[in-house]
Design a protein around this ligand. Structure first.
Ligand code: PLP
Length: 397
């Protein structure tokens, strides 16, 4: 079997999450090439749609160019338009929130709960009391860990609000036995290069509504009407997935379970390796959920944080014996040819969104200040991970 390490000139670097290919991807890409379906139509796309619907427990999946496109169409379908206020998580990647603004909507940012780092359902309830006119909610399954999806869905139902689940990072995760992506009226999956399975790029909108799936598909192909000529009653987008990209995803899908198992093992080895150190892994509720462990993250205990100062885009920290901070850990790992990065910077403290209303915010700011995303690459060996653990431990020296 073809081994990516044989050809990857950067194989010695340890990545946060790089693509892990198995060979089947090439078979389906080659089939697209040889049959000349080098377009946004073809067997690979059909098969990806079938499989992604199955993996998210939905009736339909619509294969798109990116996860962001999936979120954008989900928001359009839910009726977000100019001036629509939308409850969004503050602790997330910007792509969760940006499509609200594409439609002229106004994000209202909601803080995280401690136990999953996802949108706090109690704060969501509070937000509905404060803004009773709101009818749209977007929530994310951060780093592959499902939030309290049942509670969030139930709150949305009580308030007559549409719910969009950003499951971009969470393919294969479970909440109370139901797949991530199965909770939103429409949900989004991403297949970009760092995701648990990848197409190099790509995304999918998943839903149980045939009408919404058909509309999403139409919007993704420039909203062409059924006519001999190009007839358009509304404007559309060029958001459809390529059949070549779909070939990569099709080849990856059989390895999803294996990737989850490897990532879970990475998470558990960090947990064991950090025992005795003032570090806590990103939390999840094991009684209710089974994450896909896309990213292993850790927060430095408050009492062991070396002071760090942010000045514009610069961060400096003090060298204090026995203490460290995310900046030092990231630098130490970089010096050892390993990639780490901070937790997503909350949206309410991003220059672009700092004028948005925010419901609380201290929890996400604290997770950002003390947290670090650790190398979580499926191909990382146990020896390499031990090296990472050793470097992190030395930061407390
Ligand atoms: C939480 C989250 N939402 C949305 C996206 C957007 O996905 P894509 O990069 O496929 O557009 C990503 C990934 O990049 C993500 O991590």
């Amino acid at each position: 079997m073809y081994d990516v390490n044989d050809i990857n000139p950067f194989a010695k670097r340890i990545y946060l999450a790089s693509p892990t290919m198995h060979g089947d991807e090439l078979k389906y890409m080659t089939a697209a090439y040889e049959s000349n379906w080098m377009s946004t139509l073809g067997e690979n796309i059909d098969e990806v749609e079938r499989e992604v619907a199955r993996l998210t427990g939905r009736r339909r999946a619509v294969a798109l160019s990116t996860g962001t496109a999936a979120l954008h169409l989900a928001m359009k379908l839910s009726g977000i338009t100019r001036g629509t206020r939308v409850f969004c998580p503050t602790l997330t990647f910007a792509a969760t929130v940006n499509p609200v603004v594409y439609e002229g909507g106004v994000p209202i940012l909601i803080d995280s709960e401690r136990d999953t780092w996802n949108m706090d359902p109690e704060l969501l309830e509070e937000a509905f009391e404060k803004y009773p006119d709101v009818r749209h909610v977007v929530a994310v399954d951060l780093f592959g860990t499902p939030g309290k999806l049942k509670e969030i869905k139930e709150i949305c139902r009580r308030h007559g609000a549409a719910f969009i689940e950003d499951a971009a990072e969470a393919l294969g995760s479970l909440f109370e036995g139901a797949m991530a992506g199965s909770f939103g009226d429409a949900s989004a999956i991403s297949f970009n290069g760092n995701k648990i399975i990848t197409g190099s790029s790509g995304g999918a909108l998943v839903t149980d509504s045939d009408e919404d799936a058909d509309l999403a598909r139409k919007l993704s192909t420039q909203s062409r009407e059924a006519a001999q000529w190009y007839e358009h009653e509304t404007y559309g987008y060029n958001y459809r997935m390529s059949n070549v990209v779909a070939g990569v995803i099709r080849g990856q899908i059989p390895y999803l379970a294996e990737h989850i198992e490897k990532k879970k093992n990475i998470y558990e080895r960090y947990k064991k390796g950090f025992a005795g150190l003032p570090l806590e892994m990103n939390p999840y509720d094991g009684a209710r959920s089974e994450p896909n462990f896309w990213f292993s993250c850790a927060t430095v205990d408050r009492d062991f944080m070396a002071p760090q100062t942010r000045n514009g885009r610069d961060v400096t920290y003090e060298k204090v014996s026995g203490k460290t901070c995310p900046t030092e850990i990231i630098e130490a790992l970089a010096a050892n040819n390993a990639e780490a990065r901070p937790i997503w910077k909350p949206m309410h403290i991003q220059p672009v969104y700092r004028d948005c209303a925010v419901v609380e915010g201290a929890v996400s700011e604290d997770i950002f200040a003390r947290g670090v995303c650790l190398p979580s690459d499926v191909k990382m060996t146990e020896d390499e991970q031990d090296r990472i653990i050793d470097v992190v431990a030395k930061c407390f020296g």
